[in-house]
Design a protein around this ligand. Structure first.
Ligand code: ADP
Ligand code: MG
Length: 743
């Protein structure tokens, strides 16, 4: 390796190092036999056949756009080519992925291909989980994580080359990285950037980097026969099962890949197929699965494999041996409505580009067949050409804050590949202003700077500060960690939903979902501590709690504690479980931190219908909430979601008296109609009532206070009152005495 010169290596040089019986990367350890098996198969990948051409392009340009069919070896091979070529630089090579699942899977695969322990020369880094060390020279990471690194170092100075993979997915984070890297390359001429994409939607990226070199990997694609349904059906799961049955019983060898939208659908279909066929290996694939289960899809099987997957198997993960694809034509997609500030996850039709990509999975090794569970007309008329970029689909507050921290004052004129919708942008600015992270001129405040550095959504900083005042910082940190996990801690598997709801009742707090979450977390932690013999997996299973999510909560919480110790002077708790006001402190803190997410109950509705305070949007309480049947007047909610019906999710009942002093609830700030009246008179009325009650309470002067202020005359009469009341008390017989007399 010592002989390699930066950006001057040849394919032949690298290959002879790879062919060596000792591992060139690891101080001359001997290679394992598995290494040579893998080496043989990866040398046959389309990209390996063109290694020298790739290196020539790489040496001659600073920015390179690589496109090629899925499975051609982009994700696993190109970073290795670059690793050898950049070895002499002494810096790292980063390769980003939009998804955590793919990040860890490809890092594991590449470490095996290079015959090094994962976490040493090849590592990965995803939010709240890192497997890398000082030795790491090739780092797979999620795009979000590289973005947060970039906020501290705009020049990407730890890296000699940054590879953005799956750029065709156009996630918000990858889009931002493209813009930042475009700028960084003009400052650091030795920084190389490689943008890799499947053969979808690449024109837009090409036009954004006009001077960049392009490198196309010609893929071997076999023809795929496409079949459509003659009539559409809403029962896509049952239709999919019938098609899989048909393939398994009547068609030649070859594995099956079935695309379904949700993990619930996947589990249901898998359990039916497993019961029906003992000679079919049915494997689910979705992000919530444990890593071991995800890895099973790559294992050999004596039977035909049927992989039932979400769209992760579309481009990020390639599985060999697929001959049949069954495509439901659906996927789940996050959608954000800035006017409602509502995010929803909807089951939507896929795009034409995705349909083509899914079908292509069947033709990787031999001619294949794709069964589309929709009509040709639906495909032609209802499917959009390609999915819109993430920047047009999400909330932007934290990204705007990040750009402001990096010194981009007017984010509105930032050179985005596709600029965000102005309404979403404005909405993000308004939210940041309400949180106190930017001032009226849009300049970032010192609080905003701290918020941007947090490893959770910046909105939590307010909760931490308020929690510190009220003695419940620890609980706010727990809640922030719970809200940042990928999956909910309460598990509600569809077939056992009712049983799950009953099991969850032992954690329920009647006034707050947040408190219920805390109760579940605390119960999990004490189960871990108190009974070492108890199997924690069994305990979680019986309690219908997601053990993986809870483990993640604990990890996130520990990271948060460490970063908060630096940011806020983290103090010991004042308020504990035994405090009578424990619940109230937490609810008050939530109310005062997320005041802009308050809603008021509609007084005349039979069902529990609420209206959000500022925007005046109507929504129900999510049926899974402990408050769904309660009639609390004021609530604070964490999410505004929709699955057809708009719902407020994760809610807590609050007392308006906790809010009345905040600027947001003063008459001037409440929304007005065109003629100057209050848009929501009920909000105004309820706030006034709370104010009046508070004033009355303050007017009641205690006897002790009265005594202090009293003139001698008043004092004398007070003494008479005291005496009288003492006499009355003496006259009152105790129960015990009364009992005695009765006997
Ligand atoms: P691309 O990024 O171009 O889609 P990849 O580099 O992901 O291609 O895949 C190249 C080859 O490596 C494929 O044949 C794929 O099956 C194999 N491969 C990738 N990841 C794994 C893994 N985790 N386990 C087994 N094989 C894998
Ligand atoms: Mg790939």
């Amino acid at each position: 390796m010592e002989d390699l010169q930066r950006n001057q290596t040849t394919a032949q040089q690298a290959e002879s190092l790879e062919d060596w019986e000792v591992n060139a990367l690891r101080d001359h350890e001997l290679h394992s036999s598995k290494y040579f098996r893998l080496l043989e198969s990866r040398r046959k990948l389309p990209v390996s056949l063109r290694r020298q051409e790739f290196l020539d392009t790489y040496h001659n340009s600073q920015i390179i756009l690589v496109s090629g069919e899925t499975g051609s070896g982009k994700t696993t091979q190109i970073p290795q080519f670059i690793l050898f070529d950049e070895w002499a630089s002494g810096k790292k090579v980063a390769c980003t992925q939009p998804r955590r699942l793919a990040t860890t899977a490809v890092a594991t695969r590449t470490a095996a291909e290079l015959d090094v322990p994962l976490g040493e020369e090849v590592g990965y880094s995803v939010r709240f989980e890192r497997k890398s060390s000082k030795l790491t020279r090739l780092k797979y990471m999620t795009d979000g994580l590289l973005l947060s690194e970039a906020s501290k170092d705009r020049d990407f100075s730890a890296y000699s080359c940054v590879i953005l993979d799956e750029a065709h997915e156009r996630t918000l984070n990858t889009d931002l990285l493209m813009a930042l890297l475009k700028m960084a390359t003009s400052r650091r001429s030795c920084l190389k950037v490689v943008i890799m994409s499947a053969t979808l939607n690449i024109e837009k990226i090409q036009s954004y980097f006009p001077g960049a070199a392009t490198f196309e990997i010609p893929g071997k694609v076999h023809p795929v026969e496409i079949h459509y349904l003659s009539d559409s059906t809403p029962r896509y799961c049952y239709c999919a099962i019938s098609v899989v049955q048909h393939i398994h019983q009547n068609m030649d060898e070859g594995d099956i890949m079935l695309f379904l939208p949700t993990s619930g659908d996947i589990e249901m279909v898998c359990s039916i197929l497993r019961k029906k066929y003992k000679n079919l290996t049915v494997l689910p694939l979705y992000s919530a699965l444990s890593r071991a289960k995800q890895q099973e899809i790559f294992d050999d099987s004596e039977y035909r494999k049927c992989i039932v997957a979400t769209n992760v198997a579309e481009t990020s993960i390639t599985i060999d041996g697929i001959v049949y694809v069954v495509d439901s034509g659906l996927e789940i997609r996050p959608v954000y409505n800035p006017r409602l500030r509502m995010s929803s996850v909807l089951t939507c039709p896929i795009s034409k580009a995705s349909a083509k990509q899914r079908a292509g999975r069947a033709g990787r090794t031999q001619p294949g067949i794709c069964f589309r569970l929709y009509t040709e007309e639906t495909h032609n008329t209802c499917f959009i050409p390609s999915a819109p970029p993430g920047i047009l689909e999400g909330e932007l507050a934290s990204q705007i804050l990040l750009l402001k921290v990096m010194g981009f004052q007017s984010v509105g004129t930032f050179d985005f590949i596709d600029p965000p919708h102005p309404e979403v942008y404005l909405c993000g600015l308004q939210d940041l202003c309400a949180m106190g992270y930017i001032d009226d001129e849009g300049t970032i405040t010192s609080k905003g700077r701290i918020a941007a550095r947090l490893p959770v959504h910046p909105k939590w900083l307010n909760a931490f500060m308020e929690g510190q005042k009220n003695g419940c910082l620890r609980e706010m940190i727990d809640l922030a960690a719970i809200s940042s996990t990928q999956h909910p801690i309460f598990s509600r598997p569809p077939p056992a939903r009712f049983a799950a709801d009953i099991a969850h009742r032992r954690f329920a707090c009647p006034l707050s979902d947040h408190m219920s979450q805390l109760n579940a977390l605390h119960a999990y932690e004490s189960a871990m501590k108190t009974d070492k013999r108890l199997s924690i997996s069994q305990w979680c299973f019986d309690s219908f709690l997601n053990r993986r999510a809870l483990g993640e909560v604990v990890r996130i919480r520990d990271q948060l504690l460490a970063s908060l110790q630096q940011e806020l002077a983290y103090t010991k708790e004042i308020c504990g479980f035994e405090d009578a006001e424990y619940d109230a402190h937490i609810r008050k803190t939530l109310a005062r931190s997320f005041f802009y997410q308050c809603a008021l109950k509609h007084p005349h509705s039979h069902a529990t219908i609420y209206k959000t305070v500022h925007e005046g949007h109507t929504a129900g309480i999510h049926p899974e909430s402990v408050l769904s049947r309660e009639k609390q007047e004021w609530i604070v909610y964490s999410e505004f979601v929709s699955s057809g019906i708009p719902y407020l999710q994760t809610v807590t009942a609050v007392d308006p008296a906790w809010l009345i002093d905040l600027d947001f609830f003063q008459d001037d700030s409440l929304p007005k109609t065109a003629d100057g009246g209050f848009k929501q008179p009920l909000v105004k009325k309820s706030l006034d009532k709370a104010r009046k009650k508070k004033d009355e309470e303050e007017d009641l002067i205690s006897f002790e206070e009265l005594e202090l202020k009293a003139t001698p005359l008043v004092k004398k009469s007070l003494d008479t009152v005291w005496k009288k009341s003492d006499d009355v008390e003496e006259d009152l017989m105790s129960f015990e005495e009364l009992d005695l007399k009765v006997i």
